[in-house]
Design a protein around this ligand. Structure first.
Ligand SMILES: NC(=O)c1ccc[n+]([C@@H]2O[C@H](COP(=O)([O-])OP(=O)(O)OC[C@H]3O[C@@H](n4cnc5c(N)ncnc54)[C@H](O)[C@@H]3O)[C@@H](O)[C@H]2O)c1
Length: 324
């Protein structure tokens, strides 16, 4: 089965991003002929691709997926496409018009070009956001998406449905992956949408009080970024098509538990302070049912939260030491 990747040509949109850069590293293990990354670096960055920037198998193109001629140039002669370029949930909310252009219009153009250039399979990065606050826990892929309230979630769902319709109309093979809460090295440390883990690592580093907004009972299903990369490769290697899969750890962790594990792996005795929640979070719970990916993709996450937070912390402190 790994022969599918050996000698193949692959495009990864958003390949300089947090998750995309790990997908490139995972794919390189299977010796493709060429991996082309198309990324406009609006997030992500060259730092993310430094482990493979000089690898002759990797071509980095700084450009926008909304640039149609460029997108076509990147798709011509490819075997497979990983479509990962996207705006973050808050960026979509702040600018829905840009959200439409990047998440919907460019995804439509990409799908059309995949038909035109006979791409063998597309792996589409979707999100647990499509569920909104899910109806059932653990949440399986059959939960309906009508409780999603975000533009981002609606755009991801539209992408899934676009690929489903193109499979039906044009026989374009695809798999969509609904990632839950992805964390790990290369997470954004200073961007506008800095994740809570990084804020808490800043507190551990500075010895300041970590804040928990709300009562800390909000839960998430955290999955380590290298496991997400493996799920992407499993989706490509398998013969499964026209399916959507949850990609989570299948473990529900509250914010309070998350902080406690993070403090423990860093030998920190900081005491958190609880603050009134300043935004309304419509999604108070996340827990993935991951049995479908186990059965159909033979994919199971292998990194538990303590192990993953340990690697994240190591990366964080190395990066900090390097930039001081
Ligand atoms: N991180 C998570 O927890 C999570 C959860 C669910 C889904 N996802 C999805 O996974 C994918 C990868 O997410 P990530 O966390 O690596 O995000 P990221 O922001 O680190 O990576 C996305 C990359 O896409 C690039 N990009 C954005 N708009 C572009 C455009 N118009 N043209 C070219 N490149 C563009 C960015 O520069 C960035 O490098 C995205 O589709 C995201 O929606 C992520």
């Amino acid at each position: 089965m790994p022969d599918k990747i050996y000698g193949s040509k692959i495009l990864i949109t958003g390949g300089a991003g947090f998750i995309g850069s790990f997908v490139v590293e995972e794919l390189l293990k299977y010796e493709p002929e060429k991996i082309t990354i198309l990324d406009n670096l609006c997030r992500g960055g060259l730092e993310n691709i430094k482990t493979f920037k000089t690898n002759p198998k990797v071509e980095f193109i700084e450009g926008d997926i909304r640039d149609l001629p460029l997108l076509e140039k990147c798709i011509v002669n490819k075997d497979y496409v990983f479509h990962m370029a996207a705006l973050r949930i808050n960026a979509c909310a702040a600018n829905p018009k840009e959200g439409f252009d990047v998440m919907i219009k460019a995804t439509f153009e990409l799908a059309d070009l995949c038909i035109k250039h006979q791409i063998k399979k597309v792996i589409y990065s979707s999100s647990a956001s499509v569920y909104g606050l899910a109806q059932h826990f653990p949440t399986s892929e059959t939960d309906n998406p009508y409780d999603n309230q975000t533009f981002y979630g609606s755009a991801k769902l539209w992408g899934e449905q676009l690929f489903r319709s193109y499979k039906f109309m044009y026989d374009l093979d695809y798999v969509a992956l609904r990632y839950f809460n992805v964390y790990g090295p290369r997470m954004d440390t200073d961007g506008k949408y800095t994740e809570v883990m990084i804020r808490w690592l800043n507190c551990i580093s500075d010895g300041t009080t970590p804040l928990i907004y709300g009562d800390g009972s909000t839960t998430m299903d955290f999955i380590y970024v290298k496991d997400v990369a493996k799920a992407n490769v499993a989706a490509l290697l398998s013969d499964v098509t026209d399916e959507v899969f949850n990609v989570g750890n299948g473990v529900e962790t509250s914010l309070e538990q998350l902080l406690s594990i993070l403090l423990k792996v860093n030998d920190s005795i900081l005491i958190p302070e609880f603050k009134e929640e300043n935004t309304v979070n419509p999604v108070s719970r996340r827990l993935a049912d991951i049995s479908k990916a186990k059965v159909m993709l033979d994919f199971e996450p292998s990194v538990d939260l303590a192990m993953g937070l340990n690697e994240l912390s190591q990366w964080y402190f190395e990066k900090k030491a390097f930039t001081v």
